[in-house]
Design a protein around this ligand. Structure first.
Ligand code: BGC
Length: 303
């Protein structure tokens, strides 16, 4: 039986049909409308029509949101798509041709996918951080996703690490997200471009987007400035992870989101930097996410 999944990101909604083996059988994308829940639901319905053209309607639809979601499927706060206190599940239940609509946080969906088909299979206590536009975080306890004591999930990216630091999208200052997201890396790359320094600047002059990927690519190629910036970034990220290790003592720490595309180049640094920063002087394994780029869509449809 096919299910349809929609992974709402800051810029794009990724949609797909997922089969019983959790394989993606088709894909569509649409831009994410900002600050308009009605338009968002309309876009998802249009994508559902496109996906199910010529197939039977799907009984189950899953949607991920880049923000906090209550157990009953209400968006509590997804500032990066401009939505607060929106009963999105109820709205979609009315509009979508599906019997069940599941709504969950995007990091939780990615974490569910890792639990079933990725790096968290069989893990009892685990931690996942997704490093993208924002920083998402999910916790596995007793082999299950932890939804928070008040059913609002966990917002690890908004743990404060830098008192008085930069203002975060959530309105507070100094959140982990301000320093550890792909957006933070992008800001470092932009600064290098403004200062007209190093390989980041020369490649961006040749038309490459000055984003997190450019900074990582330049660091991989050994450009000293990019390496220094990436080292500073992984220092702060390691501080954040070490704090979570002290709280949870996870067996496995999974890094997902766009930055995890750096693979070993990232995880080798974290493996060297996190243990000495922890209370114990050691930690569980640190690995990049394994469920792939479409983990959000797949995780969305899991009950
Ligand atoms: C939001 C999280 C979300 C993360 C990744 C953060 O800013 O607060 O709920 O999981 O971004 O999209």
């Amino acid at each position: 039986m096919l299910r349809m999944g929609f992974d709402i990101g800051g810029t794009t909604i990724k949609g797909g049909l997922v089969d019983d083996d959790l394989k993606l059988v088709s894909r569509v994308d649409r831009p994410t409308p900002f600050g308009d829940a009605g338009l968002l639901c309309d876009s998802i319905c249009a994508m559902a029509d496109e996906l199910t053209r010529g197939t039977d309607p799907c009984r189950i639809a899953g949607v991920t949101v880049p923000g906090s979601v209550s157990r009953d499927g209400e968006i509590i706060d997804a500032w990066n798509i401009g939505l607060r206190n929106i009963p999105i599940r109820r709205m979609l239940e009315e509009k979508l041709d599906a019997e069940t609509v599941i709504v969950k946080n995007d990091a939780d969906a990615a974490c569910c996918a890792e639990l079933r088909i990725g790096a968290l299979q069989g893990v009892k206590t685990g931690l996942m951080l997704t490093l993208g536009t924002g920083v998402g975080g999910s916790i596995i306890i007793d082999g299950k996703l932890f939804h928070g004591g008040l059913d609002r999930g966990t917002e690890l990216g908004h743990a404060m690490i830098n008192r008085g630091g930069a203002v975060c999208g959530c309105g507070h200052r100094g959140c982990i997200e301000t320093l550890c997201s792909a957006s933070a890396l992008k800001r470092l790359a932009q600064k290098a471009c403004q200062e007209r320094k190093g390989m980041i600047y020369s490649l961006s002059e040749r038309g490459e987007a000055h984003d997190a990927k450019l900074l990582i690519d330049c660091a991989r190629k050994g450009d000293s400035m990019a390496v220094q910036l990436f080292d500073e970034y992984t220092d702060v990220l390691s501080d954040a992870i070490a704090s979570f290790v002290n709280i949870l003592d996870p067996q496995v720490i999974v890094i997902g989101g766009g930055v995890s595309g750096a693979g070993d180049f990232l995880t080798e640094r974290l493996k060297a930097k996190v243990p000495p920063r922890t209370f114990f002087g050691s930690c569980g394994s640190i690995v990049a996410a394994q469920a792939g780029n479409d983990a959000g869509i797949i995780g969305a449809v899991m009950e």
